[in-house]
Design a protein around this ligand. Structure first.
Ligand code: SAH
Length: 468
C-alpha cells in the first residue's frame, strides 16, 4: 500500500456531521485531489451525530518515495517504514500543501451552509500519528499551547523492538481544544512545517504573504513568532525580517514591539511602554546629554524618539541581535533621510558583557529593560563594560519591579519569557548602590508608572551620574 493516514480532525459538536459542511467534503464520499507530491484523499472513518472524524490521507508519488532521502542511513529507513511511515509519507510540507488545497475555503472560515458554525469555536481533536519534529516534544507544546490547545506529543521510537536505538525524529501528536475550525487549520498549516523544519520547496517572497495570511489574528501575539517565522521561511533572513516587521505592525496598536507589555495593564490610559520612554527621555534631557548610547536598543522604540529630537546630535543603538537591529533600521527609514540626518545615528552589533571601544566617549547611555535579559552571573561583566569601560557621565537603567507583578491578574512567572530575573525594589537599590561604589557613580531611583502604595511602581528607573 502506498500512503498512510496522516491527519485526522474530529469533533463532538452536535450534530458532529456538520463537520462535513465546514470542510465542504461530504461524509459519505471518498474524494481525491491531485496535489504536489501525490494524491490527497478525504474520507470519514466515523460520521455520527455525536462524533465525526475526517481523515486527510496523502498518497505520495512512488517515484518520489523511491528516492532515498539525503543523509538517511542505518536502520531507521526500514523500521520506520514498518512501524509508521517512511519519511515522504509523513513529510509535513506535502501534507500542508494538501491541507491548503483540499480545505482552502474551510481555512478561510467561509461556509455557505453553516456560516455561524464556521465562526464558532467547537470542540476539536486533531491527530497526526507521525509528525516530523525537530527539537523534541517540548517545542510542540511551546508552539500549540499558546493557541489554546492541549497538547499530547509522544516521541515515536525508531523501532519498539530496539529501544536502545532511541526515538525517531517523529512524534505522535494529539491536540484537543475548543477552537474555530478555520483557526485550527491555519495553526496546522503554519506549524506543521515549522516543526518539521525541512521545506521541500524553495522558499520565496510569496511565502511571507502566505505565512501572514495563515497567521492572521494569532501569529502576531504568539510568544514564539520569531522562531515560527524563522523556521517557516527556512531561515531566509530578509524574508524573516520582512515578516516580523509586518507582524510588528499588527501589534503596534496595542504595544509597540514588546510581547512583555501585553501582560501589562491594558486599561491604563497611557501605556507603560510610553511612560517608560517618557521617563527615560526626561532623565536624558535633565542630564544635558547630546551624544547618547541606547544599549540593548532592540527594535528601536527609543531610537525613534531620540532621532526625532534634534538635541541629540549623535546617537548609537547597540544590540546583540542582528534581527532586532535590522528591524530598528527599517523603522528609522534611514534610506529616506537626508545625509545630514542619517549621519546622526548609527546601529552597531555589540554584546554588552564585553568591553567595546566603540562605546567610549559618550555623554549618556540608556539600558531600557535590558539588564533583566542578562544572566545574573554575567551582569558584573556588563557593569564593567558599561560603567567601567564605556563610562559615560550619565547612565539611565530601567527594569521591572517584580513586587508589582501581583497587579497583573493573568501573569504567572516573569513578565517576559526571556527575563533571567526580575527584582524587588530592595534588590534593585542594592544593585544600584553596588555599581555606584564600584565605578564611581551616584544614583537616584525613580518610579515609572503608578507608584502603588503596597507594591511600588511597575517599572523602576535608576539615574546614574558619574562622580567628577
Ligand atoms: N531597549 C529596548 C529593548 C529591550 S529588550 C526597548 O526597551 O524597547 C532587551 C534587548 O536587550 C533585546 O533587544 C536583546 O537583544 C538585548 N540584549 C540582551 N542581552 C544583550 C547583551 N548581552 N548585549 C547586547 N544586547 C543584549
Amino acid at each position: 500500500m502506498i500512503g498512510s493516514v496522516l491527519l485526522t480532525i474530529s469533533t463532538t459538536h452536535s450534530p458532529a456531521t456538520d463537520l462535513g459542511y465546514l470542510l465542504v467534503k461530504h461524509p459519505a464520499q471518498l474524494q481525491s485531489f491531485s496535489t504536489t507530491g501525490g494524491t490527497a484523499h478525504v474520507f470519514y472513518p466515523q460520521a455520527t451525530e455525536d462524533r465525526c472524524t475526517a481523515a486527510l490521507l496523502l498518497d505520495v508519488d512512488p517515484v518520489e518515495l523511491a528516492r532515498p532521502s539525503k543523509g538517511q542511513k542505518g536502520p531507521d529507513s526500514f523500521s520506520l517504514g514498518r512501524y509508521v511511515n517512511d519519511r515522504p509519507y509523513a513529510a509535513s510540507s506535502l501534507l500542508t500543501v494538501a491541507l491548503g488545497r483540499v480545505f482552502r475555503s474551510a481555512m478561510k472560515g467561509a461556509s455557505k451552509d453553516r456560516p455561524e458554525l464556521a465562526a464558532t469555536p467547537i470542540p476539536l481533536e486533531i491527530e497526526v500519528p507521525a509528525l516530523p519534529c525537530r527539537g523534541g516534544t517540548g517545542i510542540v507544546a511551546r508552539l500549540f499551547e499558546p493557541l489554546g490547545w492541549t497538547v499530547e506529543a509522544v516521541p515515536v521510537p525508531l523501532d519498539p523492538a530496539f529501544p536502545e536505538w532511541g526515538d525517531a525524529r517523529y512524534v505522535q501528536l494529539r491536540l484537543t481544544g475548543t477552537v474555530r475550525l478555520a483557526d485550527a487549520l491555519s495553526h496546522l498549516y503554519v506549524l506543521l512545517p515549522v516543526l518539521d523544519d525541512a521545506k521541500h520547496y524553495w522558499v520565496s517572497e510569496d511565502e511571507v504573504a502566505k505565512l501572514l495570511r495563515a497567521g492572521d489574528g494569532w501569529l502576531a501575539g504568539h510568544p514564539d513568532k520569531e522562531l515560527i517565522a524563522r523556521r517557516y521561511l527556512a531561515g531566509r533572513r530578509s524574508l524573516v525580517l520582512s515578516a516580523l516587521e509586518r507582524l510588528q505592525g499588527d501589534t503596534a496598536a496595542t504595544e509597540p514591539g514588546q510581547d512583555e507589555e501585553q501582560a501589562e495593564v491594558p486599561e491604563r490610559r497611557v501605556p507603560l511602554v510610553k511612560l517608560r520612554k517618557q521617563a527615560v527621555l526626561a532623565a536624558l534631557a535633565e542630564s544635558g546629554a547630546s551624544r547618547v548610547l541606547d544599549l540593548g536598543c532592540g527594535e528601536g522604540a527609543l531610537l525613534l524618539e531620540l532621532f526625532a529630537d534634534r538635541r541629540y546630535t549623535e546617537i548609537v543603538g547597540a544590540d546583540v541581535s542582528t534581527v532586532s537591529l535590522a528591524i530598528a533600521e527599517r523603522r528609522l527609514k534611514l534610506e529616506r533621510q537626508p545625509d545630514r540626518q542619517r549621519e546622526r545615528i548609527r546601529l552597531i552589533q555589540s554584546a554588552l558583557t564585553y568591553h567595546d571601544d566603540r562605546l567610549t566617549g559618550y555623554d549618556a547611555a540608556v539600558l531600557m529593560e535590558v539588564i533583566e535579559h542578562v544572566d545574573e552571573e554575567r551582569l558584573p561583566a556588563l557593569e564593567r563594560a558599561v560603567f567601567g569601560h564605556a563610562a559615560p557621565s550619565t547612565v539611565v537603567v530601567t527594569t521591572p519591579n517584580v513586587e508589582y507583578n501581583v497587579r497583573y491578574e493573568t501573569l504567572c512567572g516573569h513578565r517576559h519569557d526571556d527575563h533571567r530575573f526580575e527584582w524587588t525594589r530592595e534588590q534593585f537599590a542594592a544593585w544600584t548602590a553596588r555599581v555606584c561604589a564600584a565605578h564611581g557613580y551616584t544614583a537616584e531611583i525613580r518610579p515609572v508608572g503608578e507608584d502603588d502604595p503596597q507594591t511600588g511602581p511597575p517599572t523602576q528607573l535608576a539615574y546614574f551620574r558619574k562622580v567628577a
